[in-house]
Design a protein. Structure first.
Lengths: 336, 336
DNA sequence: CCGGTTCTCCGAATCGGTTCGACAGAACAT
DNA sequence: ATGTTCTGTCGAACCGATTCGGAGAACCGG
């Protein structure tokens, strides 16, 4: 079912069919109707490869995700979902490329095989070779998260520094003087993972500003790590009355450790953080938290489309600071 | 950087470059080396659209996922990840299409725009219009899960009936006589969702065979539902000493309800089930369970590649029955 | 020295669209 | 009546690869 077949049946030339479809030149009403009827009957749709070849664009976006070996967090999964939906709304398809290493066949195919019109990069490091690779290839791209040199690139990110700082201020307002930050895994922190770094920065600044005692510790991204991390914290730093965290995957473990230690939230201890709504609401009691916006992906797609349309415009950034939803996990500091 | 540019620089014709690359005809060593050097220098890679147009295949697989509005379960996420990785290993790209409704633009584009060589369909219902659409379009496809008419199509699935039955037998061997099945959500069961149906069938048969008392109940796919479901069960059926379940998302809630009721697992109550390893190991104590194989996606890709290669071969099925990993959540029935 | 192989390579056709220039005929103005 | 503009359509070129038929050279044995 190619365009020639349609043209033959309609008794017109191939170009007329093309124009009838695209509307880029006028076609008489009568001819257009005849063509449309045949297209409907045969369920014809133009061959994507042929169109891409001639037009020089693929109507496809690349989405580079962490390799499957690293379990995607719920937050990341939310990004993927919202990217895919936003792209679908713009009638674009999404090509997935699992990539973490530097020399990755899948990534290279996407970048240099002109399979996509632009790329969205997730889970980037402060120094990221993939970013430089994309820049050198001249392919439009947007990152979710940003590198150490954020000015030359388009990105959208969550302002972890501000959000964690707000958590600290909220807890300080409630009278808490000794606050702990439960950060992401030591490996991520060591690798220069942006959110972890910036959360720590925001925490430190807010703690200093309010004259509080702050403890910050790393914690693996799973329930078991959360459990042992909290046990250690309760053991070594009994003066702590409040916790701020951005480690949503550790929440179930934190909850378990608290329950085991017979610590009642928020009576004995307050917790606030940054987490996908799903995790915050699954916590007992429901977690006071800045809900990480699922529309991150939507924004990334918007930025990318802009960038594809006008590659020479100055790169735009989007730093999101969602409000903190007050739920049940924070309360006044316990009387001594 | 097209093939003509390479040819010009190497002083050969375009066809020679093509043959040097594909090896489908002999090219002298010296010429090949010269061409390869230029390709390496310019970092040339053939244009995917042009190749797809000529070859009639896209080297791309379509993966149809549930729409983002429905949160993907961990298991489904595992499938996606393993599909993507298996495809990457075979040097294939994966095009994502979120689709649930029947008239879906993204799905139609993938199916009829010849954007992919084959499709993997997840989360299918016993009656699924997308399956018939694919059959009518003549596009090779494999489903993860199977419909009510499984013989005409290729699929790979987990044998929930057998797995749940094995759990029951294991519990019966330990002396348990009163066993409950915690199934998936009532909506899914009502909608004719295969796994839920088959789990119930396997449970009923095993219970009958061993002469046990069985209770089966539906439970929403989240922690809160698991919690209330278990509270109700403990309240209404105190004689129950063991539980079998395939509802991994309810596990955290089940755990919480047991802890609250001061029921010690496995001393007072045993639990066994079917769950992704991640969930089973996150349970306290670690859950005796058949680990849902993450390689489902890998198998689906293998089947699909076979089907693409030989579309007229009889359709193959794969019913996986992973072994039950004995962990800490099952033990002998408590003395009365 | 000639006919037949073998080894290399080239030219041209092809895939299925889009788009540009041209052109016939109608409509309109002078 | 003649020139001009506007409409609707067509033919051909083009995007960048693959692939088939064949050309020319080297080499073989007879």
């Amino acid at each position: 079912m190619n365009i020639g077949e349609i043209a033959r049946r309609a008794g017109v030339s191939r170009s007329t069919v093309s124009y009838a479809l695209s509307g880029k030149r006028t076609v008489s009403d009568e001819t257009r109707r005849r063509i449309q009827a045949i297209i409907d009957e045969l369920d014809y749709r133009p061959n994507a490869a042929a169109r891409a070849l001639k037009e020089g664009r693929t109507r496809t976006l690349g989405l580079v995700i962490p390799p499957a070996s690293l379990r995607l967090t719920d937050m990341q999964l939310g990004f993927v979902a919202s990217v895919v939906e936003a792209a679908a709304r713009a009638d674009l398809d999404v090509l997935l490329s699992p990539s973490g290493g530097d020399h990755d066949r899948s990534f290279e195919r996407v970048v240099t095989g002109r399979r996509v019109d632009g790329v969205i990069l997730m889970e980037i490091r402060l120094e990221d070779t993939r970013v430089t690779r994309l820049q050198q290839a001249g392919l439009p791209f947007v990152t979710i998260g940003h590198t150490a040199h954020p000015h030359g690139t388009c990105w959208v990110d969550v302002d972890y520094a501000t959000l964690i700082a707000r958590c600290v201020h909220h807890l300080a307002d409630l009278g808490h003087r000794h606050i702990a930050l439960i950060n992401r895994s030591p490996e991520l922190v060591a690798a220069g993972y942006g959110p972890a770094q910036r959360a720590l920065a925001g925490f430190t600044e807010a703690v200093t500003q309010r004259g509080l005692t702050g403890v910050d510790l790393c914690c693996g991204d799973d329930a078991a790590a959360g459990e042992s991390c909290l046990e250690q914290l309760l053991d070594e730093r009994p003066e702590i009355t409040a916790i701020a965290t951005l480690n949503e995957a550790a929440l179930p473990g934190i909850e378990r450790a608290l329950e085991r230690a017979r610590i009642c939230v928020p009576r004995d201890l307050s917790i606030a953080g940054v987490a996908a709504r799903h995790w915050a609401e699954g916590f007992r009691p429901a977690l006071t938290a800045a809900d990480v916006p699922t529309e991150m992906g939507t924004h990334a797609v918007e930025l990318l489309l802009e960038r594809i349309a006008t590659p020479d415009a100055p790169p735009r950034h989007l730093l999101l600071t969602p409000p903190i939803s007050l739920r049940a996990s924070t309360g006044p500091v316990p009387a001594r």
